[in-house]
Design a protein around this ligand. Structure first.
Ligand code: HEM
Length: 414
């Protein structure tokens, strides 16, 4: 199928008319780890011809980005960002101007809504017996129902801010999930639909990998939002715009809190399914998440032992930022407080916002750890770390030094 479509396209190679459907269908039919050599060769040839192709720049760029993620394994460059096809999704950049922070929430809401709605679409289509994609280990109806319930909790706040939640009127979880799917689909532009379609290249054909990918992508969207909010808070506090700084830190806390049901959704993953597709994800670990590590480094400069460990060695560009020194919320808060520029109420407001954020990040780490133990067991090395013992060791690392929450030992300042 893909052979005929690619051959026909190659006679007049317009990047805007690339046969994405046929190629994605083949990737989802066999899994990225098992894509036939013939297809990989053809795609490599298309990539070689990109510089000579005519067509609008966005079309050429979209094709180049897609091939970059589709050919990662074949090139020996496969890692966490390419596994998740993050470049295809065009998340907020790690260096976007802080002036874009006020708009980042709505941009991320759209993406979160689309990713979760697509995960629901996959579950519902399979439940209805209408999908042949990723057919191994289909979940039973009870499990799908639970998935829908948690996915709805994760997505409804974003839908409410988009003023789409009023269309979710049904009472049962499955019917509500169908409504969310329909509402989000109707709201998407063609370019957004394309990005969502091209960002799902599983390594294998286990049904649950679909949800795994969408959940990770949604968390990555949230991390980018947090990073932008923390940078905006640092900027505002540096300029002594205290209310603005508090607003952004509170916004970061809220976004992280709202993402928690995604862990409940992922906890419905079948352990056997995860262990099967995980055999083919070697090379990709979330320890390579640049968004997560930037969030950590924006809160405060990591201690030397942490900075010079796989945690930051796995994200070389973030590690380089540490070497050059960069402002952190912890430092700018201490500096503002000690300079006497903040009144007692302002100090209390900033501290309270920072403590709230620290508490939700600690909860995130705790939930992540428990989920990892459930899926992996107590002691299985991953090639990056010793596995869950690593997560147990890092979950209590203080988020800030200079904000001192009362009654929470895990986030207490030294
Ligand atoms: C099946 C579920 C999951 C398992 C079994 C799991 C397991 C692990 C393990 C073992 C590590 C340590 C690094 C390594 O050895 O590769 C890790 C790190 C990490 N995981 Fe997960 N994880 C899961 C889900 C998630 C999800 C949904 C996210 C959200 C993006 C996530 C984000 C992270 C991050 C950011 C790190 C780096 C933490 C650090 O270096 O401090 N994980 N995970």
């Amino acid at each position: 199928m893909f052979t005929a479509e690619l051959a026909s396209w190659a006679r007049d190679p317009d990047p805007g008319r690339f046969p994405y459907d046929a190629v994605v269908r083949e990737y989802q039919r066999v899994g990225k780890h098992f894509v036939p050599a013939e297809l990989l060769q053809k795609l490599t040839r298309v990539r070689d011809l990109l510089p000579t192709m005519h067509g609008p720049w966005p079309d050429v760029r979209a094709l180049a980005t897609f091939l970059d993620t589709a050919l990662d394994k074949a090139d020996g460059r496969y890692d966490y960002p390419t596994y998740l096809a993050l470049p295809v999704l065009e998340l907020p950049g790690l260096d976007d101007p802080v002036s874009t922070a006020p708009f980042a929430r709505s941009r991320c809401d759209r993406l979160i809504g689309q990713l979760v709605a697509d995960a629901l679409d996959f579950e519902l289509t399979a439940l209805d017996g209408l999908s042949v994609r990723l057919p191994e280990m289909r979940p039973d109806e009870d499990l799908v129902l639970k998935r829908c319930k948690h996915a709805l909790r994760a997505v409804l706040p974003a839908l409410a801010r988009m003023a789409l939640d009023q269309g979710v009127t049904a009472t049962g979880h499955i019917d509500r999930a169908r409504q969310v799917r329909g509402l989000m689909h109707a709201d998407m532009s063609l370019a957004e639909r394309r990005a969502v379609q091209l960002s799902l290249l599983p390594v294998y054909v286990s049904h649950d990998e679909y949800m795994f990918l969408r959940v990770l992508q949604t968390f990555e969207t949230t991390f980018r939002l947090l990073a932008l909010h923390l940078r905006a808070a640092i900027d505002a506090l540096g300029g002594r715009r205290v209310a603005e700084a508090v607003h952004f830190v509170r916004g970061a806390e809220g976004a992280l809190r709202e993402s928690a049901p995604l862990f409940s959704m992922l906890a419905t993953m079948q352990v056997g399914s995860f262990r099967t597709f995980r055999e083919f994800t070697e090379g990709a670990s979330a320890i390579q998440s640049r968004g997560y590590k930037l969030v950590e480094a924006l809160c405060r400069t990591p201690d030397r032992e942490r900075a010079e460990s796989p945690a930051f060695h796995s994200v070389p560009d973030i590690h380089a930022r540490l070497a050059h020194g960069h402002p952190t919320l912890d430092d700018v808060y201490r500096e503002a407080r000690d300079s006497g520029d903040l009144g007692p109420e302002e100090t209390a407001a900033v501290e309270s916002a920072m403590n709230g954020f620290a508490a939700s990040l600690h909860r995130w780490r705790g939930t992540h750890y428990r989920l990892a133990v459930r899926m992996l067991g107590e002691a299985t090395g991953t090639g990056y770390t010793e596995g869950t013992p690593y997560l147990a060791a890092v979950r209590d690392i203080p988020v800030f030094h200079h904000a001192t929450p009362v009654g929470d030992e895990t986030v207490r300042a030294r």
